[in-house]
Design a protein around this ligand. Sequence first.
Ligand code: F6R
Length: 241
Amino acid sequence: MKIYSTKDYDAMSRKAADILASHVILKPDCVLGLATGSTPIGMYKQLIEWYNQGVLDFSLVHTVNLDEYRGLAPTHDQSYRYFMQHNLFDHVNVKPENTNVPNGLAADPEAECARYDQVIDSLGGTDVQVLGMGHNGHIGFNEPADHFPLGTHVVDLTDTTIDANARFFATRDDVPKQALTMGVKNIMQSRHILVVVSGADKAPIVKKAFFGPVTPQVPASILQLHPNVSIVADEAALSAL
Ligand code: F6R
């Protein structure tokens, strides 16, 4: 586990972009595992800037995203597909058919999860998986539980998550109640894990996840068992260490 400490959010974004860009440069047909959320937005902005400067070429890159809300269309502005289009895909030359996000509208979500696992397998797994981390240590939508879910699966969102997300929707009832997410096995099979964390509010969970016991009650703690993890965090997020 390598920890890169940066001064602030901008420097964290730049360092994380350096690492992701190095994958694209060294292996132009690499498979990038991507995340949504607020933390990686600055990293995606930096990648777009380098693409515009001619430094990066995404024409052979494939992407697989961690998760998607069940029931949201790709055009819904809170869907993770929309997020990815808006924050990265629409601005670089990645081929639309090479980008993968679970289909939140699939009539049979279990079959969609099985299909998604096959997509990841058929690509030979991910070269790097970007992860943000929730305050309770969740990765993807793998919330604290009594076991580590393995493959892509459907999750019931907790009341806390629904409450936290309600601000993005017209009413609380509009917040999706389920999501499709890669499991911990999908994540752990990535050849490199890139965790991005920012802000003092994440400091306690950084300490717990990376220096506490490995337990499904803190899903990110499993990353301690991965042989190639890079944590890029600003000083505030590392302030509890
Ligand atoms: C995103 C995802 C989530 C976020 C996590 C942190 O695809 O699966 O696990 O990475 O909730 O979110 P932020 O970055 O908004 O703090």
